[in-house]
Design a protein around this ligand. Sequence first.
Ligand SMILES: [Zn+2]
Length: 253
Amino acid sequence: MRLGADNLTMLYAVSNQPPTARRPATVLQRVQSRPVVLSDTLELSDRCMLAPATTPLPVNDDLKLKGDKPKLTDKQRLDLTSLEANQQRMVVGEIKADATIMAALQDWGSRTEAQKLAVLRRIAALEGQVYHFTPAPMTLDRTMAKGDYGAYDGDARTITLGAWGLADREPRELVDTVIHEQLHALQHQRYTAMKAGKIAPHNPLNAQAREWLYNSNHYHAFEQGPKAYRQQPVEAHAWDGAGAIVDAIFGAK
Ligand SMILES: [Zn+2]
């Protein structure tokens, strides 16, 4: 869980702990040098954040050369919203049609840790099929503190889940974390494909990938303002997508 030399090395962790408690001084300095939105009072029980870093976050030269922040048209946004709503419905349909998953979700407390992880991997596989990306491998981290749910490591392209959570967290929350972190893996794969010229310029997915890449290079950490954190494109996509799916499976909260 570190930032490396590559431009795309982002890590998004979900935590309900104050992130400053385990950030090295270099990261704190970087965050403090940015404007903090003091009026931002939106409360979130958990959040994503950049990994502890020992080097400054690199600026993506490709997009820097091309200049401004990508701007999607209203039509592109409508198309993407419609596409994502369909994908969310399809993931819900696939999960609900999977007897193994549904039986486990309804009988979570009696399942072993290995069985729970297998079910979460199965959910990630269905998510990958519907969204057309390769789910990041998921492993348990036994050193992850209680309150730290999981993280997508863009350097290793893996997801770690706090092992404590498989014993202590509700299945709804675990599924939410898995789908959320896997959507960060999707974003990473999508803007990597876009940079490689594999998404046609006229495709709204291209504009979306540019927006995600730009956002990843101008990421708002939670402590810079919860609203800015929650509304930035990569987090809005992950929170809204996972939220819609778990609401449809478990019922709206
Ligand atoms: Zn996130």
